[in-house]
Design a binder for this molecule. Structure first.
Ligand SMILES: Cc1ncc(COP(=O)(O)O)c(C=O)c1O
Length: 439
């Protein structure tokens, strides 16, 4: 079906894409991929430090995933959610075994945004007297009407849609590099957490739940300082507020732990997952504490939510993470990256901050270390130019935090590929450092 396609066919197709579906950002027409590499239609290879929206933790088109999917394709591709399939039950078993602590009740859907909406509904079910949710300033929960309202508040898209869903109260980010209170950790006494307590005490509407990413991803790659999540847990417990961890990006090994809550040893009442769980196939879902009330049947009923192909892919993905020891690998390669990036930081003023952990790396670029003036244009240009050199970097694309370059490759990235990524990164940083020095 896809043989002998002319560039005219492709051009014609391109013109029908609605702009709101993103698309067309980087000039790469993807044809195939393997490991940490994707290949374009001309055969050029790129090391993909975005893992295609952070989904290919186990590498692109892993053979075990393809085999599991092909096996299931021969049988049946779709069943209604009220029917069971073997991949569904097998996946529940595998997930139940790795689900952190008592988060042992699991539901499924196909998108992270929908999983977050399910989590919010689950919280309402368990806290029906509440009126509002809390979410950090630069939280990202997705692109459905409700989750947009819980995401980057100052982004024009959020401004357009958020007024339709006025259920989110924003709390300060635990963003030490640019502390919202201009304080320094640890002397700050983690005021960003204490302030949440003050807000709750002085607020007029009861809070249902707090939703947050245990490491904030889209909103600037911000890990919480030690003690922050614990303090937030205590405060929420004191006021009967549920906690939802959005682990859609942080789950399945990326931080060097299966889930971020295990790494930080602080646990939510509800956890959402997605992205990397099915090795590149669509799947997301919710884990809830088994002591919480589950929602009524049909609260979350979506036609394709129990997609057996994705379940088969997810079963294989979880096996691969274990068999290939990818959690340890994320730790090791993450250390390799961050320690060498710190060496580069000593050489180039442009590198303001380097954040991890694991292969969840954010590099904040600044014009001046003292003023911390964000270097958004530099970040954007590096991402654009590196494509020529066969490296796809991620970037925070929105105003305010558009100066954070992201390195989040598949966990299977090799040492030689790490070397190449750093070589290209340094080449471009040096170029921009020289330009700035001449100004
Ligand atoms: C932390 C987080 N939550 C939710 C979402 C939304 O997931 P999806 O795009 O699958 O709806 C994303 C996607 O980038 C995300 O990074």
């Amino acid at each position: 079906m896809f043989e002998n396609i002319s560039s005219k066919d492709l051009e014609e197709g391109r013109k029908y894409l609605m702009s709101g579906s993103v698309g067309g950002g980087l000039p790469v027409l993807v044809e195939s991929g393997k490991g940490a590499v994707i290949k374009d239609i001309q055969g050029k290879e790129y090391i993909d430090c975005t893992s295609q929206a952070w989904t290919f933790n186990i590498g692109v088109s892993h053979p075990k995933v393809i085999e599991a999917v092909q096996e299931q394709l021969q049988k049946i591709t779709h069943v209604r959610t009220s029917f069971e399939t073997v991949p569904k039950l097998l996946l529940l078993k595998k997930l139940g075994e790795i689900a952190p602590k008592d988060l042992k009740k699991i539901s499924f859907c196909l998108h992270g945004s929908v999983a977050n909406e399910s989590a919010l509904k689950l919280a309402i079910t368990n806290n029906p007297q509440g009126m509002k949710f809390l979410a950090p300033f630069d939280n990202y929960s997705g692109r459905t009407l409700v989750t947009i309202a819980a995401s980057w508040p100052y982004h024009p898209i959020s401004r357009l849609f958020a007024p339709w869903m006025e259920h989110f109260i924003r709390i300060p980010n635990a963003y030490c590099y640019r502390c919202p209170f201009n304080l320094e950790y640890p002397n700050c006494g983690i005021l960003c957490a204490e302030y949440v307590k003050t807000m709750i005490e002085h607020g007029t509407e009861p809070i249902i739940a707090l939703i947050l990413e245990p490491m904030q991803a889209s909103g600037g790659m911000i890990p919480p300082p030690e003690g922050y999540l614990d303090r937030i847990r205590n405060i929420c417990d004191e006021y009967g507020i549920l906690i939802i961890y959005d682990e859609i990006q942080t789950g399945f090994g990326r931080l060097g732990a299966m889930f971020a809550c295990e790494l930080y040893d602080t646990y939510p009442d509800i956890l959402t997952f997605g992205k990397a769980i099915a090795g590149g196939f669509p799947l997301a879902g919710v884990m809830q504490k088994d002591t919480l009330k589950s929602p009524e049947p049909a609260t979350d009923s979506f036609t394709f939510a129990h997609f057996p192909i994705s379940f088969a892919a997810a079963c294989a993905t979880l096996d691969v993470i274990r068999e290939e020891n990818l959690i340890e690998r994320a730790k090791k390669m993450g250390k390799n990256f961050t320690s060498r990036l710190k060496d580069l930081q000593n050489k180039y003023e442009l590198i303001g901050d380097i954040r991890g952990p694991g292969l969840m790396i954010g590099i904040e670029l600044v014009r001046n270390r003292k003023t911390k003036e964000p270097a958004n244009d530099v970040c954007h240009q590096i991402v654009k130019d590196a494509v020529e050199d066969g490296i796809i970097f991620g970037e925070s694309k929105f105003k305010g935090l558009g100066n954070v370059l992201k390195i989040k490759p598949p966990l299977v990235i090799s040492e030689a590929q790490v070397d190449r990524v750093l070589e290209v990164f340094e080449k471009h940083i040096k170029k921009h450092a020289d330009i700035l020095a001449k100004k």
